[in-house]
Design a protein around this ligand. Structure first.
Ligand SMILES: [Zn+2]
Length: 702
């Protein structure tokens, strides 16, 4: 890889941040260069720093270390992502022989110049002890490939030459910082220090020098690996097996089954469901057939920093003769075995120092499936993606490591030390759990006001939402509004036609491949046609029945195999209508089709209860959109209704508000709140109808 440092870009960074020191602007620039290259760091890994002098409030000179905040992603770091620490005080810690984790955490907080700043990197001492203005650190694949070899440290020495020192693995924090500083003291000509099974530190007096030294070392290591591999095949394929890419719909079945088998109650008893990220690049599929595949999964992380994302081992699933039939059982058996192994590891390692610790969940995060590729799990899209990225890099790195020699797994004690290090656990701890966290919802009719209102409330309650509509431009408009408001990856859109069963099932497969499965289905797509029976053309009636009735039927029917494979229950919340109970003249097609949908939903409630799937209906009335997202229904029937009542748009809304008991204007978000209520399983309710209409006596459910 070539150095990406560019003088013009560097100047742009200085100009872009006129109120901060130019050294910090340049620190931000080269940190992003490192973060942008996945061969150097992945997802919050790596850290960088710069040392500056400034005057404190008393006018005294003070030396400051600006070091990356813990868990901050280097690729998108801003100057605020660096924490200012009292450098003179930090340096004094070199005198200490040891520092326990709680005290280290405490002391790092004391060193902060601003109490509200982020927690500083766990490597802050190391950055402080080296005298250079700039220090860069990453977990480059090429360095990890070499240090994972039996004689890996010698290989790194050969590859990098005398300007780099190589130290065996040592736990991060004060012990590592002291060893690195001592090594530098012995040889002040050093430009880089490599730590086995961890990564590389480079340093220099200016941002470009430190960064370029990093790129140079990583390139030398990569060239060394290339020369050793010299055209050797990375994988050995069994003689009797020709790799093939399995049918894509099977990937959806696996994603649903893996997701279901991995769901488990969290400590407060709520079901914890994962997002699944599926990867199927040709090299991953080939690796899944390789003789090396089981070892790839069993030989542990490349560096302990990855363990909180991927756990130390992956699950390998061999091709099953008829995978669909006994897949759930096979997966459960594999997960049970994994969990038993994890319990053993925890018991053995935790017993060594006698300290009390809370065992983490014992569930695997990565599955390599023959013929399909890799399935990675996380509690959010962000986490599942990070797990998948790290697992992909790990598999590729281990294949190269195998081609140049042997990959040696790290000692369990090192893995445990990092996995249960308080500072590392803090980084991995998710925030407060929202009501629908972990659930994946599908909302049809997503291009209109009600679909938007439902999606908005579901996202706010923590669910991931897939919006669908047949009208792509309306759908994109709604998605653009929501994407601005919620985290990337928590909201997806898939246009499909609810009247075509095959279109619905292939959309469900697509959702499962992208997100993992479905827990909540909200059939909301609907159309209307205003005509009295004597004027209602049969083909118009067919059209309305196709969308409102058959569309609801298709959407529910296609979800059943998904619910079955997941085995974790679920919810169907059908957006019915006030008209089901209290129809209006000239609105027969709509009302009759909605009544059919309502009735089939009740049947679904009867049939799906044994699966733990609840089916409930919401009966809204007169939900108008706003100037941004209009109601498709009212776009269609509004002008006619206004004309027949001699009202303008505002007047019509007032008319509907005044006709209900509570004199309430019914909003799309009210419908969304009702969906959230049913999806949250707070009451044991199925087959129920909930009016969201301000109170219309003629439409009271009975
Ligand atoms: Zn590191």
């Amino acid at each position: 890889m070539a150095s990406a440092y560019n003088e013009t870009q560097a100047r742009n960074f200085i100009e872009h941040y006129p109120n901060i020191a130019k050294e910090l602007a340049l620190r931000t620039y080269t940190s992003r260069l490192i973060g942008a290259d996945p061969n150097l760091v992945l997802h919050g890994g790596g850290n960088t720093s710069v040392k500056l002098n400034h005057k404190n409030i008393l006018g005294e000179d003070q030396a400051i270390l600006f070091v990356k905040g813990s868990g901050v992603n280097l690729a998108a770091i801003e100057p605020e992502g660096f924490v200012a620490l009292n450098l003179a005080f930090l340096k004094k810690f070199r005198r200490l022989d040891k520092l326990d984790e709680a005290e280290m955490e405490n002391q790092l907080q004391i060193c902060k110049l601003q109490p509200s700043a982020l927690s500083p990197s766990v490597e802050s001492f190391l950055h402080a002890f080296l005298p250079h203005r700039y220090v860069d650190h990453c977990h480059a694949d090429s360095i990890l490939i070499l240090t994972g070899q039996p004689k890996g440290l010698d290989m790194v020495r050969d590859a990098l030459g005398p300007r780099a020192a190589v130290l065996p693995y040592c736990m991060s924090g004060l012990p590592l910082a002291k060893k690195v500083a001592a090594e530098y003291d012995r040889n002040p000509d050093l430009e880089a220090i490599v730590i086995g099974n961890h990564g590389i530190f480079t340093f220099g007096e200016d941002a470009a020098t430190s960064y370029n030294r990093m790129i140079d070392c990583v390139n030398r290591a990569a060239a060394f690996i290339k020369s050793k591999i010299k055209g050797k095949a990375l994988v050995t394929l069994p003689d009797d097996l020709t790799p093939f890419q399995a049918d894509k719909s099977l990937a959806a079945v696996f994603a649903q089954s893996i997701r279901g088998a991995s769901a488990h109650p969290d400590p407060d008893g709520r079901l914890c469901r994962f997002r699944v990220e599926f990867r199927s690049t040709p090299d991953l599929v080939e690796a899944s057939f390789a003789k090396e595949a089981p070892t790839l999964c069993d030989s542990g992380v490349l560096t302990p920093d990855h363990v909180t994302h991927t756990k130390n081992h992956y699950v390998y699933i061999r091709w099953l003769p008829d995978p669909v039939d006994d897949l759930g059982l096979t997966l459960r058996r594999e997960i049970d075995q994994f969990a038993a192994q994890y319990h053993r590891y925890f018991k053995e390692q935790a017993g060594l120092d006698g300290r009390r610790r809370q065992e983490s969940d014992p569930f695997p995060r990565v599955f390599l499936v023959q013929g399909l590729g890799l399935f990675a799990l996380g509690l959010s899209h962000r986490e599942a993606k990070a797990t998948a990225d790290i697992a992909e890099h790990t598999i590729r790195a281990k294949l190269q490591a195998g081609a140049i020699g042997t990959y040696v797994p790290m000692a369990a004690s090192h893995i445990f030390e990092m996995e249960y290090w308080r500072l590392q656990q803090k980084k991995a701890t998710p925030g407060p759990r929202l009501l629908l966290q972990g659930q994946i919802a599908l909302v049809t009719g997503g291009g209109g006001a009600i679909g938007y209102g439902i999606a908005d409330r579901l996202l706010a309650a923590g669910a991931a939402v897939v919006l669908s509509d047949i009208d792509e431009s309306r759908l994109q408009k709604v998605c653009a509004v929501l994407k601005d408001r919620y985290p990337a990856g928590e909201m997806e859109s898939i246009p499909f036609d609810v009247t075509d069963f095959r279109s619905v099932t292939s959309a469900y497969e697509e959702i499962s491949r992208r997100l993992g499965g479905i827990d909540l289905v909200v059939p909301n797509a609907g159309i209307a046609h205003v005509a009295r029976i004597e004027d209602l053309e049969p083909q118009q009636l067919d059209r309305v029945i196709d969308v409102n009735f058959k569309g609801t039927f298709n959407t529910i029917k296609a979800a059943i195999p998904v619910f079955k494979r997941q085995g974790t229950g679920g919810n169907v919340v059908v957006i019915s209508s006030k008209n089901v109970f209290d129809p209006g003249a000239a609105f027969g097609a709509y009302s009759a089709a909605k009544a059919g949908a309502h009735q089939i939903s009740k049947i679904a409630a009867l049939e799906l209860a044994p699966l733990g799937v609840r089916v409930n209906m919401i009966n809204p009335d007169a939900v108008f959109g706003d100037e941004n997202i209009s109601s498709q229904l009212w776009d269609l029937i509004g002008p006619d209704r206004m004309k027949s009542r001699g009202l303008d748009e505002k007047g019509l809304q007032e008319y509907y508000r005044n006709r209900n008991l509570l004199k309430a204007q019914v909003l799309a978000e009210h419908v969304g709140n009702a969906v959230v209520f049913f999806a949250s399983n707070q009451t044991p309710t199925t087959g129920a109808s909930l009016p969201v209409d301000g109170g219309i006596p003629a439409a009271f459910p009975r």
